[in-house]
Structures are given as C-alpha cells and as structure tokens.
Design a protein around this ligand. Sequence first.
Ligand code: SF4
Length: 67
Amino acid sequence: MVQKQSQCKWYPVCPLKYLYEVGKLDKKWIDNYCMVDWEDCVRYYKEENGIYHPDNMLPNGKIDESL
Ligand code: SF4
C-alpha cells in the first residue's frame, strides 16, 4: 500500500516555510496544511496546475496583506 506523504512536497521551497521561519506566519498554517492536509492547500493546487499565486497567499486561498 502506498502511504500518503506526511509533508507537502513543496514545503522545502514554499514561501510560507520561509515566512514561518522568520516569525511572520502563524504555526497553525504549517501544522494544519503543510504537515497534514496539503492536498487541501490552495497553493498546492495552484502549484501543481501551474497557476500563478502570490507569495502572500495563505493555504486557504486568502491573501494576507501583512505578509
Ligand atoms: S503552503 Fe501549501 S504548497 Fe506550501 S508547503 Fe504548505 S501545503 Fe505545501
């Protein structure tokens, strides 16, 4: 049986990883999406489908102007 990968494959290069590491992004996004439900991430979907998305777009698709 193929096990679902625990971490999003884009995490190492995702801008949200960087924003989290510099303390700008709440850990809940990483915990709820990147490490678990990355299939539900809007960024993931857009990345997979070659659709443009700004660096300050959250996993739920909202733009955070403070980022
Ligand atoms: S924000 Fe989305 S695309 Fe980026 S690492 Fe997390 S789950 Fe993957």
